[in-house]
Design a protein around this ligand. Structure first.
Ligand SMILES: NC(=O)C1=CN([C@@H]2O[C@H](COP(=O)(O)OP(=O)(O)OC[C@H]3O[C@@H](n4cnc5c(N)ncnc54)[C@H](OP(=O)(O)O)[C@@H]3O)[C@@H](O)[C@H]2O)C=CC1
Ligand SMILES: O=C(O)C1=N[C@H](C(=O)O)C[C@H](O)C1
Length: 265
């Protein structure tokens, strides 16, 4: 499978390049970065700092290399992700998008693309997080209005979006288990929103240092509480998962896929 990585100098782009380079079923054919960067034209392996060269130059023009690839892996910015989506559709290329921070109308564009290309969107490509989502569904659908649900997510100081894409997905899963839409019941922060209105899902975002990713869902009952937490120690689990998603798309026709399809969850 021939892979194009978007943003190979970024935190995720570097690790995805490293993970893809270590796989026998993948060949990296291009890396695409923003215009004006000093590293344009340099070897992808050097830009991603993987410790060896890959014989492929980093470009700032996706359209000029897109026909070389079977699948594009995008963990970049929401603006770039939208450009990548358009080119993927125009050239009928499979796309894995792990970028977060989209509005619902932008998310709808990924859904629409599925009519034309194999499209996999995953706000979190860690296996354990996606198994955690199953647990959240179980607890919520079992206890419904007997419990109060609060989500605390923690990330590094550089993260651009809040709340995290993962916590939005978690909220959606639990809202659906309650028979609601997340928009109807989400409360962002509790300032000015106390006492707690039952049936809501509270959101709390913390940004500090270089925390890679932590998500805790608190299920508050009377006289007891359950906390379900996922911590990542670095971003490698997400990069491995992104490559698994790309490999999965090798055998798929047009359609909208999620990591649940990859993991058979
Ligand atoms: N789905 C998941 O499991 C995960 C998702 N993410 C998400 O992935 C995204 C990226 O995160 P992270 O790697 O930490 O962010 P970084 O800021 O470290 O990396 C973003 C990369 O995108 C590049 N970029 C920006 N604009 C363009 C453009 N026009 N063309 C090509 N490349 C561009 C940047 O280039 P340059 O370096 O030159 O500025 C940079 O390399 C975020 O939305 C984050 O939330 C993160 C981790 C896991
Ligand atoms: O920016 C990150 O780091 C992460 N972003 C994703 C998100 O917004 O949920 C996934 C993971 O939490 C790491």
């Amino acid at each position: 499978m021939k892979v194009i990585v978007i943003g190979p100098h970024g935190k995720m782009g570097r690790l995805i390049t490293m993970a893809a380079a270590s796989r026998n079923d993948m060949e990296l054919v291009a890396g695409v970065a923003p215009k004006g960067r000093s590293y344009i034209g340099q070897d992808l392996g050097a830009v991603a700092m993987i410790g060896s060269e890959l014989g492929v130059s980093v470009t700032d023009d996706l359209e000029s290399v897109i026909e070389l690839g079977d699948v594009i892996i995008d963990f970049s910015t929401k603006e770039m992700a939208m450009e990548v989506l358009e080119l993927a559709i125009a050239h009928k290329k499979a796309l894995v998008c792990g970028t977060t921070g989209f509005h619902p109308e932008e998310m709808q564009k990924f859904q629409n693309a599925a009519k034309e290309i194999p499209m996999l969107y995953a706000a979190n490509t860690s296996k354990l997080v996606n198994i955690m989502n199953r647990l959240l569904e179980l607890v919520t659908s079992t206890l419904k209005d007997e419990i109060d649900i609060e989500i605390l997510e923690m990330h590094d100081q550089w993260k651009k979006d809040a709340p995290s894409g993962t916590s939005k997905e978690m909220g959606e899963i639990m809202a659906h288990a309650l028979g609601k839409e997340l928009d109807e019941i989400a409360v962002y922060g509790r300032e000015g929103a106390s006492p707690r209105k039952s049936g809501t899902i509270g959101y709390h975002s913390l940004r500090a240092g270089n925390i890679p990713s932590s998500h805790t869902v608190f299920f508050g009952g009377m006289g007891e509480r359950l906390e379900i937490t996922h911590h990542s120690y670095n971003w490698e689990c997400f990069a491995r998962g992104a490559c698994d998603c790309a490999a999965f798309l090798a055998n798929q026709g047009p359609g909208f896929y999620t990591i649940k399809d990859v993991l058979n969850l």
